[in-house]
Design a protein around this ligand. Sequence first.
Ligand code: BES
Ligand code: ZN
Length: 629
Amino acid sequence: MIRKAAATIITVLPLFVLSSCGKKGADIKSPAVENYSYSRPGEVAVSHMDLDLDVDFTQQVISGTAAFHLDNKTGASVVTFDTWALLIRDVVLEDDQGRETQARFVVGDSLAIVGRPLSVRIEPNTRRVTVRYQTTKEAEGLQWVAPAATAGKKQPYVYTQSQTVHARSWVPCQDTPALRFTYTANIHVPKGMLALMSAQNPREKSPDGVYRFEMMQPVPSYLLALAVGNIEYRAIGPRSGVYSEPEVVDKAKWEFADLEKMMKTAESLYGPYRWGQYDVLVLPPSFPFGGMENPRLTFLTPVLVAGDRSLVSVVAHELAHSWSGNLVTNATWNDFWLNEGITTYIERRIDEALYGREYADMQTIMGMRDMALEANEIGKDSKFTALHVDYAGENPDEVPSTYAYEKGALFMRMMEDSLGRAHWDKFLKQYFDDHAFKTMTTARFEEYLKQNMFAADTTRYASLKVHEWIHDPGIPSNAPTVKSERFEKVDRQIAFFKSGARASQLDTRGWTTLEWQRFLDNLPSPLSAERLQDLDETYHLSTANAVVQRSWFPAVIAAKYEPAYPAIEAFLTTIGRRYLVRPVYLELAKTPEGLEFARGVYQKAKAGYHPITQTGIELVLYPDGKKAE
Ligand code: BES
Ligand code: ZN
């Protein structure tokens, strides 16, 4: 169900927008929402967009124009864009002779999650529609980072996160993954700052603060991206490199040294990398995800720069989206597993090629555990444990998605094991070739799979339980079993510790982040404060990398081991990756004292969190919906 939006969104719209609607657009009906979008690209679709935007850090506003080339397939008289808390200044039409006229337009009522439709009256000869607009403080896809929350501490920073439905909060657009378009952009930023997009990018700062971008391959709106800050570039391979603040850039270059090898591996499996350049951008710590697969420029949390290359599988994941997701795109968010499940499978194939089967299998085992934990939270028969899910208007950012990733990857692995690796690799490569730069639904995937892998053999198709994997909740009985010797060794140390061994007696030689996660996630709970102190003093877990901290702090909280609380506060007030901070808040919220502490910390941390993280955490800390001030 789409719920009514909070009143705040209405109050930020100035009256002139509403009055101009009333005067000029009364005859335009607001179209229904489909797949989280008001737009109807089946009728009239944007084929190309030209942005001209000014980034104003003083006002924290992006303003300018978005000009859309239209493909009017049905002779429609209205084109509709999605917007979220945007101020629409005016709209101009350009006809096939290049003549410009003011357009009649209306900004419709706001609905929660999807925002407001911007409907523009067009003529049969309209070729281009130019929308002049600006963003507001309510923009859910924009994070304005204060200088203090950057690595350099001197200059501010801004970045976007458009997936799932947030592109519309910084660009009016047909915000559906079912549509692709090319784009160009002129971006004006303060002198001394670098601007980057999901496009062909500059490597040097421009003297006048103006940057010109071009994205020649058509992309869906959720892959629109922009970042502006004090950013430098270092090349890694001939077509790969890293961007970040100067304080981080050389460490990041070391951490991600395997980029080119990862690309070669993926190409050898699934065909050429079709986006030209592959760079990564290391963002400030408020970035709400581990990574985001913006084309040509993956966005990454700085947490991955751990100093030991232990977290680079996230990069393998985002790179893998260059095939599954960016090249062949889920047509609706109900088909999200096609993006993330196939990507997680490819991620592990890259992991395997670079770091060995054991490393990849350890990731799979952790994924299975994550599914079991999620099933405990949402119920093992929850519809979110099927691959194809009817989102039914839920907030797409809050939909439980572990099964889309891990069951999706396990399904792919089952197919590989059952049909043979060579055969399965060939199938996927052909799948990407046949559907490059197109969208895919689950139904069409099933049909393609049946035709290409099973010919007419429906018995074999049924025996692999493909339908059950895709449409039924839970894990089918033919799921592969995956083992790891390294985890078995950890399990022996867990047993030893349970039997009373001191921390210093444990054999932790050669343990990486993965082993520590396994160890900490499986300790009995609650442990005594003494035992936690012993572990902390021996292995310095309170100051370990953030992924280890994510597993350590819940154990600390369950035991009320207070000496580690300052470290928890430091963690929660610097890191904004939702996946890392959410489990810590969840554990705190289990007791009244913990909840009080968590709410106190959150008040300090909130301003530094991305709106997506804020929403996720407020659902934990204020489940009755009463928001923090
Ligand atoms: N595309 C996702 C991030 C995303 C998903 C953003 C849904 C908004 C809505 C990205 O590829 C991703 O999956 N990131 C993961 C890392 C991965 C290794 C599991 C993350 O950030 O945790
Ligand atoms: Zn992903």
